[in-house]
Design a protein around this ligand. Structure first.
Ligand code: MSP
Length: 533
């Protein structure tokens, strides 16, 4: 039995419509999922929504709806965004689904003898649904009326009774040892260091894992304490196992767990690297059954500012794709490309329309679009639309850099694999586009339009075009995880619609059937007509 490559995104709160930050995590996860499918791996890609808790209860109240009716409405916006952005998730879990609720309640039963019943006094951030102890805030130098260290919004002082999981002591020591032994567990390494420095000091003594029902009505009932509901973070984290059959479908669970990558944003690092492994450990998960990797990406900002509702600068992915990029037939792919290419994964980025259209015109229009367009139109013009066959790489002319181009294109597998292994999307794209540029330079040097006019040179022309067509074929495979619709269109334009795209075929040369008829042509990235002055 082979284990599936299992990857997850956070479960998004459904208190409001999705924004660029949510779309970023899903696009990144989708890209890695598609890359693994391209390699032929069995993949299980999970996303979903976090639907309980105080913040959602409040949002429902403000909308004048019952919480369930409210979340049922908002969840549709997430589902339709994932469709618009070509997100290929294999499952979509909602924390209000019975399959999840059953598992959460059973996990709580199993944890019960590890829990302490006591009163918690400290601070609560409702927007982040996160507790902060006086100690933690003091260490951060926050005074009498502290703001949330993560989101800078006001905290609420709470005193509430509930069930608590000890963090400090044995659990902290275990996690410290585990992380020392698994430095790859958290990436990028700056985030690993951040977690280690938290662990080098005493953690808060307990994690509260319940909330009093009279304070929060909208949550999963604690089976042994009906006056409490499950703390929304504990509820949400457990989705990563409830969705893959924990306790209910042992065979399925064995095939998927442990998870290979949890994609998260850097603001929810503590929840995924402290609370989550400790919860799993407390439930009896062995060290080799811990998640393999938590990757925390950076934040998208607008100018120097964080996005926020109050500043009114939230970037709406639907508006970017359907309005800003309205003239683009592959608008979702342009957006995907921009997010994955413009900022090294892990760092913060700044979103602007200028940066987006800059990438669209330069990398996509002038480089990739141009290469595909000129290659196929020359095959139509000089070869009546039939792709000439290329000799094997070893038998290519050295003239005009044919061999160098073929080597660069066919050599992409280990380079792409290394970048994707590091979850370094921008470098992977940079490498692919290096080959695109090299191919365009090759066109300039070979100048097929001149060759066609000279009887002697014209004999070499089919081979020049074959080399270009093979390079374009390889680009379509390599770009598949990043821009799936563009890749599909290039594939169809090469007349290869019926063939699958497989990573291994990047190294195959030639890979196009001799004489293959090109498909119907399509402009990939049209230039908007310049507006009249
Ligand atoms: N519900 C929790 C996650 C539970 S996972 C078991 C949650 N939800 S969230 O909707 O608030 O945020 C989800 C993700 O969006 C987080 O990973 C967060 O980092 C990411 N982003 C929110 N704003 C962002 C940006 N401006 N930029 C990039 N990502 C950011 O937290």
């Amino acid at each position: 039995m082979t284990k599936a490559f299992y990857l997850t995104t956070p479960l998004y709160y459904v208190n409001a419509a999705p924004h660029i930050g949510h779309s970023y995590t899903n696009i990144a996860a989708d890209c890695l999922a598609r890359y693994h499918r391209l390699r032929g791996d069995d993949v299980f890609f999970l996303t979903g929504t976090d639907e309980h808790g105080q913040k959602i209860e409040q949002a429902a109240k403000a909308a004048g709806l019952e919480p369930q009716a409210f979340v049922d409405g908002v969840v549709k916006q997430f589902e339709s965004l994932w469709k618009l952005l070509n997100i290929s998730n294999d499952d979509f879990i909602r924390t209000t689904q019975p399959r999840h609720i059953r598992v959460v309640q059973e996990c709580l039963r199993r944890l019960q003898d590890k829990l302490v019943h006591k009163t918690y006094t400290g601070w609560y951030c409702t927007p982040d649904e996160t507790y902060w102890t006086d100690d933690e805030l003091q260490k951060l130098g926050l005074g009498a009326n502290p703001l949330c260290p993560t989101c800078s919004r006001p905290l609420e002082y709470v005193t509430e009774d509930g069930w608590h999981l000890p963090l400090r002591g044995k659990n902290q020591d275990w996690l410290h040892r585990f992380l020392k032994a698994h430095p790859g567990f958290v990436q990028p390494s700056t985030r690993y260091n951040e977690v280690m420095s938290l662990l080098e000091q005493p953690l808060p003594e307990y994690l509260s894992i319940t909330r009093p029902r009279q304070r929060v009505g909208w949550g999963i009932e604690v089976p042994f304490s009906p006056q409490h509901v499950t703390y929304v973070w504990v509820d949400a984290l457990l989705n990563y196992i409830s969705a893959v059959g924990y306790l209910e479908q042992p065979e399925l669970f064995q095939r998927r767990w442990p998870v290979d990558v949890h994609f998260i944003g850097k603001d929810i690092l503590r929840h995924h690297t402290l609370y989550w492994p400790i919860l799993l450990h407390a439930m009896g998960f062995a060290d080799d059954a811990m998640p393999r990797l938590v990757f925390a990406h950076g934040w998208w900002k607008v100018g120097e500012q964080k996005m926020s509702k109050s500043l009114g600068n939230i970037v709406d992915p639907v508006a970017v794709v359907t309005q800003m990029l309205a003239d683009q037939p592959f608008a979702a792919d342009v957006y995907r490309y921009f997010l994955l290419r413009d900022v090294p994964f892990g760092q913060d980025g700044v979103f602007s329309e200028e940066a987006l259209t800059g990438r669209l015109h330069a990398d996509l229009g002038n480089d990739l679009g141009n290469l595909v367009h000129r290659t196929l139109s020359m095959i139509e013009r000089y070869c009546q639309g039939h792709i000439p066959s290329s000799p094997s790489v070893d038998n290519l002319d050295v003239v005009g850099g044919q061999r160098a181009l073929a080597d660069a294109a066919t050599g992409l597998v280990p380079i792409l694999s290394a970048a994707m292994e590091r979850i370094d999307f921008s470098s992977a794209l940079e490498e692919v586009f290096r080959v695109v540029s090299q191919a365009n330079q090759y066109v300039e040097i070979a100048a097929p339009w001149k060759m066609a006019k000279n009887v002697q040179a014209a004999k070499q022309l089919p081979q020049v075009l074959a080399v270009l067509a093979e390079t374009v074929r390889i680009m379509a495979i390599a770009l598949d995880p990043f821009m799936p619709s563009v890749a599909q269109s290039i594939w169809e334009q090469l007349g290869m619609a019926a063939a699958p795209r497989r990573l291994a075929d990047v190294a195959t040369w030639p890979g196009i059937r001799a004489g293959q008829r090109v498909g119907e042509r399509r402009v990939l990235f049209p230039r908007a007509p310049s507006k009249p002055a």
